[in-house]
Design a protein around this ligand. Sequence first.
Ligand SMILES: Nc1ncnc2c1ncn2[C@@H]1O[C@H](COP(=O)(O)OP(=O)(O)OP(=O)(O)O)[C@@H](O)[C@H]1O
Length: 264
Amino acid sequence: MSVRLTVEKLGVSYRGDGRETEVLKDVSFELRAGERLAIIGESGSGKSTLALAIAGLLPPGSRVDGDVRWPELERRPVNGRDLGFVFQDPSSSLNPVLTIGEQIAEVARAHLGRSWREAYEHAEMLLGRVHLPDPASALRAFPHQLSGGQRQRVAIAEAIAARPGLLIADEATSALDTIVQAEIVRLLEELVAEDGMSLLFISHDIALASQIADRIAVFRHGRLVEIGDAGQIVDAPREAYTKSLLAAHMGLDTPSLLAPEAVA
Ligand SMILES: Nc1ncnc2c1ncn2[C@@H]1O[C@H](COP(=O)(O)OP(=O)(O)OP(=O)(O)O)[C@@H](O)[C@H]1O
């Protein structure tokens, strides 16, 4: 499998109020084509900063050390074209005064060079792919006319409109109730498999991460503590911190994450 992304000794510091705060330190990993990698860690561990650094979206003035490379590309990656971003709050990527059709079609026009008519057809096809009921009517709807789960489906359709090689989902299901969350996770799995995209699934929820990811990377205080196959991380974590994350998940009322044979 070819390598889609190489993160090498990445460090990020934010600057403000005359101070510099280091939030990512010496982070290295590879993401292969078609691979689903979950990034997990507590709030403030640097997960979103990692996503922003990969997308080239860090605030101006941030200090970046190390490297993010895209071996398959011979040019700089273009946001929207080479990578799609889905955030926790779909309102941050959807424009409230444009119809759903206009927003998705605009991505197809900008990045795929489609005419408006072709771009609208493309948008309707994508709304079908994200399982929005009645895609033709949805094209004419405004974001506020949809439910939270439907808005997240639209945000996903927009993120994949230009067929990017990488989809970054940053806490994309955290604001949704459990049933809708499971549906969106299934949808992401389906789309990633169909399009051969790589997925960076950012979550504070190790149980959810283990459902969707091939591999899991555990972050703490801006450092990559442990990375491995999802099964290994959940069944046989090497680091004490990962064990404590798993233990914190295991409330008395929580079903075990471990496979039955591993418990026996
Ligand atoms: N623009 C910024 N300027 C200064 N500090 C920032 C900025 N953005 C984030 N931080 C700080 O960087 C650290 C890492 O934040 P980040 O959002 O990357 O963590 P996270 O793991 O994604 O957290 P969460 O799960 O709460 O979103 C935190 O201490 C945060 O307060």
